[in-house]
Ligand binder design. Structure first.
Ligand SMILES: Cc1cc2nc3c(=O)[nH]c(=O)nc-3n(C[C@H](O)[C@H](O)[C@H](O)COP(=O)(O)O)c2cc1C
Length: 221
């Protein structure tokens, strides 16, 4: 049975395109695997708290030496990490906010990247001391932006700091091979014209197709 971690990070609800598309992915998946387990983490509705000095001190204290206060500070982090560790696949709804990640999504990343739980650190490894302790097999990133032209050679080439950031997090911290990261984006949302309509309908088709392909591959393996 596949466990899907569905993460939504849009602050919008009904109007959110990324929410609609992450839900479409899950719905399409369930048409192939009705009993797939889906954990839904709604960061837009419930943004995680930011890490603090207390959080960092607690995270770097060995578990057996933590005080009850430290354990309390890390409780949300533990809950979010438990969800991440059981996920075979993450479907991530990630709107572009100010050319990057929504703050709620970045707060989630900061909560789940924790020494001894999701990564190990060893200077004996030389220039790359950090190593992920988990493997998220597949990551589906569904993004949406109001503008357009972020691809190489486009009008806004180099302005998209959302997808490259998520890719680095996934490859370096979640153990996901680059080839197992799938990106689907809607553009032109702010223009509300036929270019947007086409972009949205392409994204819908790609979401359904990708869910079908991945479900067939992962469920049969
Ligand atoms: C706070 C905020 C910041 C945004 N910043 C950008 C931006 O930098 N570039 C862009 O192309 N669109 C930007 N947009 C437009 C959103 O990316 C677009 O509305 C997208 O559809 C949001 O995802 P959602 O529909 O799932 O909420 C921004 C929207 C909001 C609300």
């Amino acid at each position: 049975m596949t466990t899907i971690l569905q993460i939504d990070s849009s602050a919008r609800m009904q109007r959110s395109l990324t929410r609609r598309l992450s839900a479409l992915f899950v719905e399409s998946w369930r048409s192939h695997e009705p009993d797939a387990r889906v954990i839904h983490r709604d960061l837009g509705q419930n943004p995680p708290v930011l890490v603090s000095e207390e959080w960092i001190a607690a995270a770097f204290t060995p578990p057996e030496e933590r005080t009850p206060d430290m354990a309390r500070v890390l409780a949300l982090s533990d809950e979010l990490i438990d969800e991440l560790l059981v996920a075979d696949l993450i479907v991530l709804g990630a709107p572009m906010y100010n050319y990057g990640l929504p703050a709620a999504l970045k707060a989630w990343v900061d909560q789940v990247v924790r020494v001894g739980r999701t990564f190990s650190f060893d200077l004996a490894r030389g220039d790359f001391p950090l190593r992920p302790m988990l493997t998220v097999k597949r990551l589906v990133v569904i993004s949406s932006c109001g503008e357009f032209g972020f691809a190489p050679g486009g009008l806004r080439d180099g302005w998209n700091h959302l997808n490259p950031h998520v890719r680095t997090i996934a490859t370096q911290l979640f153990g996901t091979p680059e080839s197992h990261i799938h990106e689907i984006a809607v553009e032109y949302q702010e223009f509300k014209d036929d270019r947007h309509d086409r972009s949205l309908s392409d994204a819908r088709e790609r979401v359904v197709r990708l869910a079908t392909e991945l479900a067939q591959e992962m469920v049969s393996s």
